[in-house]
Structure formats: C-alpha cells, structure tokens
Design a protein around this ligand. Structure first.
Ligand SMILES: Cc1ncc(COP(=O)(O)O)c(C=O)c1O
Length: 399
C-alpha cells in the first residue's frame, strides 16, 4: 500500500479505507457490529433467533433487573434526563453524593469520584498523576484504556511481563528517572480472567513509595466476600493505593470511579481533564448505580451462584486441553491461537444457538486469539452444560 513516505504520495482516503477493510478481511480480523433485539440476560434475541449469551460483562445479571429499572425511572421523574453541565459547573446533583458514599463503603476507602466511564476514569486518573519525567510501570496485559492513558500522560512507560513481580522489582530498582513512580495493573485481567498479584504489589509499592493504581473493572461486585473486588478478595486494605472501577460490568449500568483517600480525590477533582471537561452522567444512571451497589452488598448469593457456575465450567473444559487457571472469576478464555480458528469455533457455536464472538488482535496479542467466555448469575447449570457439549462436539468433529 502507498504510504505517506511513498514518493507517489499517500493513497487517497476512499482507496485507503477500501484497501484497509479488504486487508482486515483477508487476515481474519474484520469485525462487524451485531444488533441485539432484547435486553441483556442469560439468552438474548438477535433477529428472530434466541441465543444463549456467553460474552456479556453483566456478570450479576443486574442490567435488566426490575429494581435497577425502577431506580432509573424514579430518577428520571425527579431529576430529568440530563444534568446539563460538567460536575464542576452545575452538573453535580445530589445523586452523585449518594453514589460516591456507596462506592467508598463498597471499596472501604475514604472517598470516591465518579466519572463518565471506566475509560474516562483511567484517562483522568493516570494523566493527572503522571507526566513527563515520571515513570509508569504497567503490566503487559493491561486494558487498552490504561495503555492509552499512559501514552497520553507523556511519562516514561516500562511494561513488565504479565503478573511478573520479580521483573517489576528489577525495573523499579534499576530506574534512572528521578520523577515519581506509578505501578498500574488490572485487578482482574479482562481477557484472561486472572488476578493481579496484589499482596506482592501492595508490599512493593509501600516499600518503594510508588503509587499503586489498580483497575478493578472486572472484580468489582464479583469477587471478595462483600463483592468489593480484588482488595476484598485478598483481604487487603491499602489506604495509599488508588482503585479504579466501572459501573458498566457487574453493576449493570454505565460510568466509572476512582476510590482513594479524600486528598487524592480532591487532587483529581482539580486535575482530571476527563472529569473537568465532560458533562455529568444522567440522573437515571447515577440512581441505577447506587441501586446496584445496594444489591451487591445485600445479595451475596448471586456471587456464590456465579462462582459455582465458573468452577463447573472450568472443570468441564480442563480435560479438553485448555489451560484454565483456577480462579474466582467468571471470565474463562478458550485460547485457540489462530484468528481464523477462533472465527470458526465462534461460528459453530452460533449455529448451535450460542453467542461467543471471537476475540482477536489487537484486543489480544498476535497468536492468542480466543473465545472469551463470560458467565452471568442468570445462567443455569443446564445453560453452561449446553455450552460445554457444543464445544466438545466441535473438537470431536476435528474442528
Ligand atoms: C480493565 C478495564 N478497564 C476499563 C474498562 C473501560 O470501562 P468502561 O466500559 O466503563 O469505559 C474496561 C472495559 O471496557 C476494562 O476491561
């Protein structure tokens, strides 16, 4: 393809678009939006078909819970459909205070700050805390929103091998920068479902003075005896760490948050550009999020059922040769390697009435294409068994 350095000049825009799409198709990396015709649940309608849904992050089945809907509708009646301004102007309605108090309680920290999304939270937090001259140590499998935020910060970035505390320690000790240091990690890794080695990371950050930022988008509500996420799971309390989370996964709605000390939250209010220059969330969303936290705290049985299903699925798939680390999360990656093989397996399951799209580069590293199976507390064991039979059939038939 003619590039910008080509003496003939770059391809004209229309040709460039057509060429790029053709190339994606040839490499098995082309993606398309699928339209769903029903609310999220254990099964969804796509056109006239009903398919079992094994790819949603609505882990606790709250996105269509009647109590969440009622909370949202009541908030619309009382507060309208939008807050009309950014939070620092006039958008900071009282529902924010209720929600941030609920987040602080769930995360057992002094204070919390709600952003428009998990993505916006990572961008706001990381770019306001780290800058040129600082060093960010980032796990190799961190979520794209962390990667983008790190790049935007203009700090020096050192990527350490996935969950490798020893390599992290070596980087930390050998650093040449004189600036401040941040260690940033997913709490539960989004595509692999494994956990950050939090006990070691908290010890290392305490000892070195590095700020630990843990994005617990997939742990919040799902793991830990109280659904508090990865800190709750390990029984750790680290008042100097900063926890990021999102309401868009187990909490069934939208928005993100930072949970930390009151001083840190004060700092973020004054520096996080994605908070300062963006309109506040609608009242319906704020109210639904607070309701989700109430349900998470009061209904541990949802979590217990989800964990039983996850263990059942891991046990059933282990003999097929997938390397599935034991763990408490409902994210179970079936790594097949080749992108086209992932597309074939996904298409087979689709024909069997099961919806699990293929996850391919750049979302996962080259050669690690997969089906990322995720479970919901709304699934029954029979649903999981249907998935297992279909996967077994696929491999029995020699793909
Ligand atoms: C680890 C992680 N962080 C952040 C996000 C972004 O959250 P949100 O969808 O609320 O923007 C996601 C998911 O999309 C994620 O998996």
């Amino acid at each position: 393809m003619k590039s910008a350095d080509d003496p003939r000049g770059p391809l004209p825009w229309p040709d460039y678009i057509v060429h790029t799409i053709r190339e994606l198709k040839e490499r098995g990396l082309y993606r398309q939006l699928k339209i769903l015709d029903s609310a999220p649940g254990a099964a969804v309608k796509v056109g006239r078909r009903s398919v079992l849904l094994f790819c949603s992050n609505d882990y606790l089945g709250l996105a269509a819970d009647p109590r969440m809907k009622t909370a949202a509708v009541r908030a619309v009646r009382a507060w309208g459909t939008g807050v009309g301004a950014s939070r620092l102007i006039s958008g900071n309605i009282a529902l924010y205070r209720t929600l941030e108090q609920a987040v602080s309680k769930l995360k057992r920290v002094e204070a919390a700050l709600v952003f428009a999304s998990g993505y916006a939270t990572n961008v706001g937090v990381i770019t306001s805390l780290a800058g040129p001259g600082d060093l960010i140590l980032s796990d190799a499998l961190n979520h794209a929103s962390i990667v983008d935020a790190c790049r935007l910060s203009k700090a020096e970035i050192a990527v350490y091998p996935h969950r490798d505390v020893h390599a992290l320690e070596v980087l930390l000790r050998g650093r040449s920068t004189r600036g401040r240091v941040m260690i940033v990690t997913d709490g539960v890794f989004s595509m692999d479902g494994d956990l950050a080695p939090l006990p070691e990371l908290t010890a290392l950050s305490r000892e070195s003075g590095a700020l630990l930022v843990v994005d617990d988008a997939h742990g919040t509500g799902v793991i830990g005896p109280n659904g508090g996420g990865v800190f709750d799971y390990f029984g750790l309390k680290d008042p100097s760490a900063l926890q990021v989370g999102t309401f868009s996964k187990a909490l069934g709605s939208l928005g993100g948050f930072a949970a930390a000390s009151a001083q840190m939250v004060d700092f973020l209010v004054n520096h996080a550009r994605s908070l300062i220059y963006s309109t506040g969330l609608p009242p319906s969303v704020l109210a639904a999020n607070a309701e989700a936290i109430r349900i998470i705290i009061e209904e541990p049985n949802r979590r217990k059922h989800l964990h039983r299903l996850s263990s059942h699925l891991r046990d059933a798939l282990g003999p097929l040769g997938f390397s599935l680390a034991e763990g408490p999360t409902p994210i179970i990656p079936l790594v097949v390697g080749d992108a086209e093989e992932a597309v074939r397996l996904s298409a087979y399951l689709w024909d069997e009435g099961i919806f699990v799209p293929p996850i391919r580069p750049p979302t996962v590293p080259e050669g690690q294409s997969r089906l990322r199976v995720s479970l919901s507390a709304l699934h029954r064991q029979e649903d999981v068994d249907r998935l297992v039979y279909a996967i077994k059939d696929y491999f029995r038939q020699g793909s």
